[in-house]
Design a protein. Structure first.
Length: 463
């Protein structure tokens, strides 16, 4: 396992080789280092040094290293390399990685880079870029091995030796008919362990799983997880095999989706770039939008308290428990929203499960509300006897707080649980029901519940 010290030594060696213009030693050092490790180090280099690294590397290694780099470093490198080197990198890149790079660049730059591709690679790139944004078509690569059901194992192996060198993955082979429609998939292990004269048809089980080219990318995450796959084929609506999606591309989708949902759940509009790449004014705008909405919501809290101004003036003691009431409701709502949104993201629950979730969270809300209400009641009675607080009406105040906490926690739990279903029903990202939003909503309604219960129980005594 590589330590931080090893990384520092490697980085120092790279810088020394660059400063001394020791190109053979620098080339040998890069050849002995895994491309994924180099990709973590070279972004720290200045643009000229970064370009030198790529000029001294063999074409195959430089392409592999380029694919491991983040998009920002890839863009820097394109500006520092000669046109011939850029053309070589783009033509050698896997189609899915190249698509991920091109879709992040301005239109005129994309057109200029497409012109550097060979006719066959340009056709592939234009095809992938032609699919809707965030669709599976943007993730797939057409580099796969397709075989025929009537072939023998020996013929399959001969075909792989002849055509497998330019393919991204050969873990799974895809059986297609004469029209190119997907019939089945077969693991390479089954081919290698079978007799040479066995036909592909004899190895088929007709249990193929595939993605549709127009599916949203999040759909690929669900299928990869459900069927425990590392590769899945991609077909059109008529079943024609178009490409494959590999698990490394799906992991990128998972990271991007999780990041967006975490940001939204924290009450921030999703950032389209890495935090350090977002300008100050963009970041300010993303945060201000939700803060203004939440601030307006909290103004309703002040309005609710103003509506009960007379009750608070008569029984100032009621104001002491306002933070306790609204925080308990907000916390319970945020808990429920977090659980439901995550369960939706994992595909554990769907819209049709809302009744079961309503019952389950309703029972949970009742029990949690009873627990917190009982704790609040005991606290009031204890402080009333020991500290002589709350006067002669401490029992009624305790009952008020108990019932309020029961009602507010139940309401907060149901609100946090059901709001994601409502948003999903209207095709809105459930993560939009962020914890701050749920808490603000429950704050306002929690005050109404509190003072309504107090008006009934304390009428004729404190009120």
């Amino acid at each position: 396992m590589r330590t931080e010290k090893d990384t520092d030594v490697l980085m120092a060696s790279l810088r020394q080789g660059l400063s001394e213009h020791s190109w053979p030693r620098l080339r040998d050092l890069c050849l002995r280092t895994e491309p994924s490790i180099l990709a973590d180090l070279v972004p720290e280099l200045d643009d000229p040094d970064l370009a030198i690294i790529f000029r001294i590397l063999p074409r195959q290694l430089s392409t592999k290293l380029f694919e491991y780099l983040d998009l920002d470093t890839q863009k820097r490198l394109l500006n520092g390399l000669a046109q011939e080197q850029v053309a070589s990198l783009l033509n050698e890149m896997s189609p899915d990685d190249r698509t991920a790079l091109l879709e992040e660049l301005p239109g005129p730059v994309v057109m200029a880079l497409l012109a550097l591709l060979t006719p066959s690679e340009r056709q592939v790139a234009q095809s992938l870029l032609g699919y809707p944004e965030n669709s599976v078509g943007r993730l797939m690569t057409p580099d796969y091995i397709a075989i025929k059901p009537e072939w023998t194992v020996q013929e399959v192996l001969r075909y792989i030796r002849r055509h497998g060198h330019e393919k991204e993955s050969m873990n799974v082979l895809y059986v297609t008919n004469d029209r190119g429609q997907l019939i089945d998939d077969i693991r390479i292990k089954d081919i290698l362990l079978s007799d040479p004269d066995v036909t592909v048809r004899a190895l088929m089980n007709d249990a193929v799983v595939y993605l549709n080219v127009t599916d949203e990318q999040e759909m690929s995450v669900t299928l990869f997880r459900k069927y425990d796959r590392v590769i899945l084929p991609v077909c059109d609506s008529e079943g024609f095999l178009l490409g494959i999606v590999t698990v490394d591309d799906v992991l990128d989708v998972v990271e991007e989706t999780d990041t967006r949902e975490i940001q939204q759940f924290g009450g921030v509009a999703a950032l389209d770039e890495a935090y350090m790449q977002v300008s100050f004014w963009q970041l300010l705008g993303k945060r201000a939008k939700w803060l203004v909405i939440l601030f307006v919501g909290e103004l309703l809290t002040a309005s609710a308290m103003a509506f009960y101004e007379d009750e608070i003036a008569k029984a100032v003691v009621l104001a002491l428990f306002v933070p306790l009431i609204i925080s308990s409701g907000g916390n319970s709502g945020s808990q429920a929203a977090t659980l439901i949104i995550r369960a939706m993201a994992l595909g554990e629950i769907t819209l049709k499960d809302w009744k079961a979730v309503f019952v389950k969270e309703g029972i949970s809300g009742l029990m949690l509300g009873t627990l917190l209400g009982a704790m609040g009641f005991v606290r009031i009675i204890l402080f009333g006897y020991v500290g002589h607080m709350y006067g002669d009406h401490m029992f009624l105040i305790g009952i008020t707080v108990f019932l309020t906490l029961l009602g507010v926690v139940l309401w907060g739990t149901l609100t946090g649980a059901m709001l994601p279903f409502v948003l999903r029903r209207f095709r809105i990202d459930p993560a939009t029901s962020s914890a701050p939003f749920v808490a603000t909503l429950v704050d306002v309604t929690g005050l109404l519940i509190y003072f309504s219960i107090a008006a009934v129980i304390l009428k004729g005594t404190l009120l």
